[in-house]
Design a protein around this ligand. Sequence first.
Ligand code: HAM
Length: 412
Amino acid sequence: MPTFQAPKGTFDVLPPASARYGRLVARFAGLVERAGYGLVVSPLFEDIGVFRRVGESTDIVRKEMFDFEDKGGRHVALRPEGTASVVRAYVEHRPPSPFKAWYVAPHFRHERPQAGRYRQHHQVGVEALGSGDADLDVEVVALAWQLFGDLGLQRIRLRLTSLGDDTCRPAYREELLAHLRARRGQLCDEHRDRIDDNPLRVLDCKRDACRAATGDAPRMLHRLCDACAAHFERVQAGLGALGVAYDVDPSLVRGLDYYTRTTFEFEAQALDSAQNGAGGGGRYDGLAEAMGGPSTPGIGFGLGIERILLACDAEGVFAVPETTLDVFVIDTTGGETARDLTAALRRAGFRADRAWDDRSWKAQMKAAMHSTAALAVVVEAEQITIRTLREKGEAETVQRENVVDHVRKRLG
Ligand code: HAM
């Protein structure tokens, strides 16, 4: 019989490691719900046009989408990023503004798999639509910052810039184009003939040829109009007031085209540069309109769960929990007592499990040790004892009706 493996670039997350996924998402949910963000669940696939709006010149759209024709002949794609879906939903349903949403979802990009770079990865993120207030930018950035802090991560660098808006960007684009055209011969093969599509993309190229040719290129941050400059000032003042440490980095370019004004990235400095993007985001004040809706400002971020957990491993924080059980029931009298006691313990709020198949005392004890529970309740011929599993301690004999109370006393 053939055997199967998870598709290239994907992976399974099994217990106990998966407990960290759940805990990370729970912390994130708590954090953003306290700030008024509500969960949005949107389809895993959309009309491909939805994702094309995030930038025809980006690698994500040009090369990395999992797209296909469905049985009805519709051209759809698996979600490569989360913002487009939320903005599509906003435009479709027109909820009251500001619309503050959070999500946790798998994302799909047909990338060359390597450490920290997968074909299916998972993001938690927020999107806030309907306000251009610079203090909202501060709120959004500070939420991500707080999550990293809550997890215990200390080596996260926040890079921040402004990419301007419709007022200042067109003139900057022309200036950058002139710079690049004058150096066309020096650019890498991919970008030599594509600078007109989106000259900003060239600034994001990691190849030495493009890097050398763009080292002295003009940067948007130095060409902001007065309104964008004032917005950026206010954002910096707000981050300072909330104690969020940031580096203004005019060379920051993101892999998506929709960004305007505030744009940022979180770099996990404990990781290699190929995989150290722990998250990123920014304003996208033109995206709702590009999606066919009314002109609506928006801002958000997406954080890569796998990258964050890699950073936690590298910094030795937010470890896989040692145990997910409080108590394990061993029963050598046929299993009925285990059945009833486990149910009673769970009803009382304990995390309880038991051995199956009426196996020997030794086999059940082995299962109990493997479970990493703190306590075992051992049911033998005439008596029930409670004993510690992970450290030495006295075994206590208890009456059956007192088991739950005893467990409560022992575990506090
Ligand atoms: P992004 O920077 O493309 O932004 O992705 C967000 C994060 O997802 C990255 O910083 C990284 O941690 C993680 N990530 C991306 N691709 C992979 C991959 N192949 N394997 C593992 N992790 C990955 C966005 O997607 C925007 N939608 C963020 C945003 C929200 N901007 C505004 N609102």
